[in-house]
Design a protein around this ligand. Structure first.
Ligand code: HEC
Length: 562
């Protein structure tokens, strides 16, 4: 069958068309022949039956004439025994026997109607009528079934219709085939001298056969249906098949070309589908992996968002705290500013009091100068004292001298003079000491004054400078505080903005969390979808390869194996 696989669809179709036509023609012709033959056989059968009926009718007619009895009587009177009977008289007798008449008629028209007539029996009077083996079988069938009207036997060349012949009293059969007691010659023999068989009513004695030979019939009949010889039929079949083949070739040419183009397209499409399916499978696999990664990332994101959320809530509380602190700072700063204001005022006061101090110091200096003046005056007075002391000494000396001159009486005076001299000396020394003390006092006072003047002036200048720089710094402080104030209010504003932003952030984070949860769900769905599509793609791929195989086999079917 290898050659069959190599056939293209076109060749196959042509082969199919050829065989179909051949087989159809064959079946049609066979059917025609068969039915024709059946019709032919039926015609012959009917004709044979008609002949049988004609024979029956003839027998019946002869029986109804009831000529047998008188003929028998006549022959009995004419002859003493059947042996004496002339052939002609025997014929006369036989002419009155219905069955014989039927036999005669059957034989007479046989040639004219193209059939053969025969009668046979299992126990015949005439040896020619002995049944052959086959005939005996037919005979036994009739014998077994008394209701059987006829039998038709067709062996392909001849058709025979058999009909039973039974003995009937009505037809006078028993005058010869009946009870030997009734013998016309009283010797158990019938009128023609045959031994009477003593048969009974309805006994099957013989079978009529009307046999038709088809060949003879065909030769004889010119008006019968023409059946063309088989050669011509085969030629017709071949011619029809060839014409059908040519037509089929012309008709299937275009569809086959179309089919070829379609299978080519299918082939390319199949390959493309196959590769696409493979790509889809790979993509689905990748998608699956990506989705899994996405899920992991989402979980990480979720965790991060939770962290952020807690950070934001920290921020919010921090911002609130910062807000409080900045409010407090604002208060502190304002107080600081007030303090600075106070300080500036205090510095101003210090400045004023410095000036007061300077005035006071200059006043003090003047007073000190007065003191110095007084000291100088004291010094002057001390000089006076010194002069007095000098005078006193001088007086005491003079007194002592006088006393010495006075002698004893002057002794007491001398002591007093001495004492006065001593006192004067002591006073002089004291005055001297006072003078030196005054001088040193004046010097030290002057020095002190000078020094205090210098240092106080310096101090005042320094103090002034310092107050100036302090004022400057205080003003700078004020500015700085102002800056701080505005900064703090800015900070406060920003902190409140941060606070509200944080609240918005936490709202946003809640929404993000919700969205992430949804995303997570979606990702899970995606994962399952991806795995489904992965398996679907796998299916698709295998189906695509099946499709490919199918297309390949389709191509082989249409174009045959190469
Ligand atoms: C006059 C006497 C006579 C009568 C009546 C008669 N037959 Fe016969 N029959 C004969 C004779 C004689 C033959 C032999 C004829 C021959 O030699 O061919 C015969 C032959 C037959 C045969 C052929 C078989 C054979 O034995 O050779 C059949 C069948 C038959 N008869 C049936 C009948 C039937 C049925 C009737 C009644 C309708 C009948 N016969 C009436 C005398 C008679």
């Amino acid at each position: 069958m290898e050659w069959m696989n190599r056939l293209s669809l076109k060749a196959r179709l042509l082969v199919i068309v050829f065989f179909s036509i051949s087989i159809c023609s064959f079946i049609a012709i066979s059917g025609f022949l068969y039915f024709n033959k059946q019709e032919f056989y039926r015609g012959i059968t009917e004709k044979s039956r008609a002949i049988h009926l004609r024979l029956d009718a003839a027998a019946h007619y002869v029986a109804t004439q009831d000529g047998l009895g008188p003929v028998i009587d006549r022959m009995k009177a004419k002859y003493k025994s059947p042996e004496e009977m002339t052939k002609e008289d025997k014929e006369i007798v036989l002419k009155q026997v219905p069955i014989v008449a039927a036999m005669k008629i059957g034989s007479k028209d046989a040639d004219k109607d193209n059939y053969e007539f025969r009668i046979f029996s299992d126990e015949p009077r005439n040896k020619d009528n002995s049944a052959t083996k086959e005939e005996l079988e037919i005979f036994m069938k009739f014998k077994a079934d008394s209701a059987l009207k006829d039998l038709v036997v067709n062996n392909g060349e001849t058709l025979t219709v058999f009909r039973p012949v039974r003995l009937e009293k009505e037809k006078g059969c028993f005058k010869c085939h009946g009870d030997p007691q009734t013998s016309p010659w009283n010797n158990g023999k019938d009128i023609l001298g045959y031994k009477m068989e003593n048969w009974e009513e309805g006994k099957l004695h013989g079978v009529f056969a009307i046999k038709t030979d088809f060949n003879k019939l065909k030769l004889a009949s010119s008006n019968h249906d023409f059946i063309p010889p088989e050669g011509i039929l085969i030629l017709g079949i071949i011619l029809g098949a060839v014409i059908a083949l040519i037509m089929a070739t012309l008709m299937i040419k275009k569809p086959i070309q179309g089919l070829s183009a379609i299978t080519n397209d299918l082939n390319t499409s199949g390959t493309q589908v196959s590769s696409a399916a493979t790509q889809i499978a790979t993509s689905a696999e990748e998608l699956s992996q990506a989705t899994t990664q996405q899920a992991a990332s989402l979980q990480e994101t979720s965790a991060s968002i939770e962290e952020i959320s807690s950070m934001v809530s920290n921020n919010t509380s921090n911002a609130q705290e910062a807000s409080l602190i900045s409010e407090k700072s604002l208060g502190s700063t304002q107080r600081g500013k007030e303090v600075v204001d106070h300080m500036i005022k205090a510095i101003g006061d210090i400045n004023i009091s410095n000036a007061g101090i300077a005035d006071q110091i200059s006043t003090t200096n003047k007073e000190i100068e007065n003191i110095v003046k007084i000291i100088n005056e004291i010094g002057d007075k001390t000089k006076v004292i010194n002069d007095i002391v000098f005078q006193t000494k001088l007086l005491s000396f003079n007194a002592s001298v006088e006393a010495a001159r006075a002698g004893e009486q002057g002794k007491g005076f001398a002591v007093v003079a001495e004492e006065v001299g001593n006192l004067a000396a002591m006073s002089g020394a004291a005055a001297q000491e006072i003078t030196s003390m005054l001088e040193s006092s004046i010097r030290s006072v002057e020095e002190i004054v000078k020094r205090s003047k210098d240092s106080v002036g310096k101090l005042i200048i320094e103090g002034k400078d310092k107050v100036d720089s302090g004022t400057k710094i205080a003003h700078e402080c004020e500015e700085v505080f102002n800056d701080i104030l505005s900064n703090i209010s800015n900070v406060s504003r920003m902190v409140s903005e941060i606070s509200s932003a944080s609240q918005e952030q936490s709202q946003g984070i809640r929404e993000i969390t919700k969205a992430v949860a949804q995303l997570d769900q979606v990702t899970h769905q995606n994962t399952s979808t991806a795995s489904q599509s992965s398996s679907a793609a796998g299916n698709l791929s295998s189906q695509a390869s099946q499709l490919n195989a199918l297309v390949q086999s389709l191509v082989r079917t249409i174009e045959g194996d190469k």
